[in-house]
Design a binder for this molecule. Structure first.
Ligand code: HEM
Length: 232
């Protein structure tokens, strides 16, 4: 037994609170969601999870990865459903990874090939986060974007997992059963902090396009007002 679950949790506490404070994340939490920005996030997540799940699969027999190879966590298919909802049947031709997403997936593939044990950090950061915040975020998304029924929120539904809290504990036990040295634990925790940063970069990008739109809208409104005043 090792202490990896605790080390990961404690070693990423600071990154976690930084991620919570990114403007896009804060505005999402307060229920302000721009549908265009949200669907871009879904597209970026699709590329991220495709990369994570491809590399986890390629390394499924690795003696460290096999402990946390849980296909019931896979999000790629649920994201495909959501993309079909937000973009329509031609979603595949309409989406592309953002620059920050390309950096993120590049890192996952490099690790998958050269240091597969670091995939543990990427799986932990995304899946344990999803299992933790999923139900709250799902309700926020439904209310803010006026979504009906189950449309557009497949990502938050782990259909193969009965109880998220129970599964989270199982996942932590699995992390603690991985045969890792103290040295590797340090590297995995450092990589988890990188994973948090890579996620933040994606949010920041969305935030700046959201701000750009808001600025353009305000400038247009000012211009219209000025035209109106000049006409009178
Ligand atoms: C405002 C946004 C967020 C809120 C409110 C939030 C909230 C939470 C909460 C309440 C937990 C509880 C864990 C527990 O005690 O069982 C948690 C865990 C977690 N969150 Fe977040 N989260 C946010 C954003 C993020 C982001 C952006 C990531 C990474 C991409 C993330 C990754 C994680 C991880 C990995 C855990 C598991 C920690 C552990 O127990 O080891 N969270 N989060």
């Amino acid at each position: 037994m090792n202490n990896l679950a605790k080390e990961l949790r404690e070693g990423t506490t600071k990154s976690h609170s930084m991620a919570e404070n990114v403007t896009f994340v804060k505005s999402f939490l307060s229920g302000v969601i721009d549908k265009k920005a949200y669907r871009k996030l879904v597209a970026n997540l699709y590329f991220v999870y495709s990369a994570i799940e491809e590399e986890m699969y390629n390394n499924r027999s690795n003696p460290m990865i096999n402990h946390i190879f849980f296909t019931e966590l896979n999000r790629k298919e649920s994201l495909e459903k959501d993309l079909e909802f937000y973009y329509g049947p031609t979603w595949k031709e309409e989406i592309e990874p953002s620059p920050a997403t390309n950096v993120y997936i590049g890192r996952i593939h490099t690790i998958g090939k050269n240091q597969p044990e670091l995939l543990i950090a990427h799986a932990y950061t995304r899946y344990l986060g999803d299992l933790s915040g999923g139900q709250i975020l799902k309700k926020i998304a439904q209310n803010a974007m006026n979504l009906q029924g189950e449309a557009g929120i497949a990502f938050y539904n782990f259909e193969l997992i009965e109880d998220e809290q129970v599964f989270k504990n199982r996942y932590r036990e699995a992390l603690n059963s991985i045969p890792v040295s103290e040295e590797s634990i340090k590297k995995i925790v450092a990589e988890a902090n990188i994973a948090f940063t890579l996620n933040m970069k994606i949010f920041e990008e969305l935030n700046s396009s959201f701000l750009k739109i808001m600025t353009m809208l305000s400038l247009n409104a000012i211009k219209n007002l000025r035209d109106k005043i000049l006409r009178n």
